[in-house]
Design a protein around this ligand. Structure first.
Ligand code: HAM
Length: 424
């Protein structure tokens, strides 16, 4: 038997109702903040992620699904392609390609699958879904302002509250700008030099190539060493410090709680200044429900204009796991089950179903070969509110027996009044 690939999964009803509930609520919130949807391809040139996310990150160095796309014609060149492991690089690529810079501040959101070759476990998949947003524009559009950071964080708090997700925790840090990074990397290299030989092979490499990535290490034996390394907070220059202070001041003013965590550096290379994660207790080991931050130099590193930006991505799989909602409860049930009774009644039932659905009613249609008892059982199982009997006599009189399944009461209703009666 052919099965779904390890780390991928099928989303089935009634769970898909939860996913749709989440996505509908999310779209409502984005609308209130004047964000608009963007859709980018699920595969891109490998170079985009290597340059955007960073060669030394776990994502790029270990987790990407990459293949050589052979050309079909002699004249075309084959190229290295990658299933997107995240969507920020793709959005910024599109921003540059379509000159969205000319539109001023862009507030974009996306919902879609991402792919990473990680070890699958609860809350961690190889195909997972992100709900993300990016605020990006020329500096004159206010894209660099701490007001953007605070607005994005306040949006997230609102979104989680709206979905009824409680006990989330916002971890906040500033990872500084390239200025600070030079001094910080220098200090990290110095501090790592004597201890790196005792660390894992990855860390030994990172200590030389990209010392910040040492913080991504999950090896337990390395943690006491990492704990003692200098923190980025000691290296922020004056503009970065001011920016971070203002983000915090606005958050306090709007009443969004947060915790400063100066070990939070995030696993992607593009971050500058504000970096954050929201964690949630119910998620166990994979407790990061979302992450994001500012990426002021990303556009330029991809050959684009100076376009500061900030964004986030929510792990939708994890969001649904954290939801306190029952899938059955959010799944829409049929308003009415139509039970055709006897030969030739499928045609009549089909006409009625068409009429009622035009009135936006949810209609489940039975079959003329079913006995009445079976129709009642199926209607009850489907959770329909009403059952509508369509037999020869009913069709002749153009009035139908309509029974409320929960209340048990049955009425006879003329065709023209059916929709109104079912809706009431
Ligand atoms: P990220 O932290 O790599 O950031 O991913 C964001 C979220 O996606 C994580 O917090 C987690 O909830 C979810 N996630 C990541 N990997 C998996 C997985 N294997 N299975 C299930 N869920 C997963 C980014 O992707 C950045 N692009 C976010 C961003 C947008 N930064 C600025 N703009």
């Amino acid at each position: 038997m052919i099965k779904a690939i390890r780390g991928t999964r099928d989303l089935l009803p009634p769970d898909t109702a939860l996913w749709n509930f989440v996505e509908a609520a999310v779209r409502d919130v984005f609308r209130a903040y004047n964000f608009h949807e963007i859709r980018t391809p699920i595969f891109e040139e490998t170079q985009l992620f290597a340059r955007g996310v960073g060669e030394d990150t776990d994502i790029v160095s270990k987790e990407m699904y990459t293949w050589e796309d052979r050309s079909r014609a002699e004249s075309e060149k084959g190229q290295s392609l990658t299933l997107r492991p995240e969507n920020t690089a793709g959005v910024v690529r599109a921003y540059i390609e379509h000159n969205l810079q000319a539109r001023g501040l862009n507030k974009l959101y996306y919902i879609g699958p991402q792919f990473r070759r990680e070890r699958p476990q609860k809350g961690r998949y190889r195909q997972f879904y992100q709900i993300g947003a990016e605020v990006i524009g020329p500096p004159t559009s206010g894209s660099e302002s701490p007001a953007r950071d605070a607005e994005v964080l306040e949006l997230l708090a609102t979104l989680l509250d709206r979905l009824g997700i409680e006990n989330w925790n916002l971890q906040l840090n500033s990872v500084g700008c390239p200025n600070d990074r030079v001094a910080y990397n220098e200090a990290l290299r110095k501090a790592l030099e004597p201890v790196a030989p005792k660390m894992c092979a990855d860390c030994q490499r990172r200590a030389v190539t990209n010392p910040l990535r040492v913080f991504d290490c999950k090896v337990p034996e390395d943690q006491p060493i990492i704990e003692k390394l200098p923190r980025i907070s000691q290296f922020l220059d004056e503009p970065c410090r001011k920016h971070f202070e203002e983000v915090q001041a606005i958050l306090k003013s709007v009443g969004v709680e947060f915790q400063i965590n100066d070990r939070l550096v995030r696993g992607l290379d593009y971050y500058t200044r504000t970096a954050f994660e929201f964690t949630h207790g119910a998620l166990g080991a994979q407790n990061a429900i979302l992450g994001g931050g500012r990426y002021d130099g990303l556009s330029e590193s991809l050959g684009g204009p100076n376009a500061p930006g900030i964004g986030f991505a929510i792990g939708e799989d994890r969001l649904v796991l954290a939801l306190n909602q029952n899938a059955e409860a959010v799944q829409k049930k049929p308003d009415v089950y139509i039970a055709p009774l006897g030969d030739g009644m499928n045609r009549e039932a089909a006409r009625l179903a068409r009429e009622l659905r035009r009135h936006d009613l949810v209609v489940e249609l039975g079959d003329e070969t079913f006995r009445l008892k079976k129709s009642f059982e199926l209607a009850t199982k489907a959770g329909a509110r009403y059952i509508l009997i369509v037999g020869e006599n009913e069709v002749k009189a153009d009035t139908f027996a309509l029974k409320n399944l929960a209340a048990g009461e049955q009425v006879t209703v003329p065709r023209a009044e059916l929709a109104g009666k079912i809706r009431s």
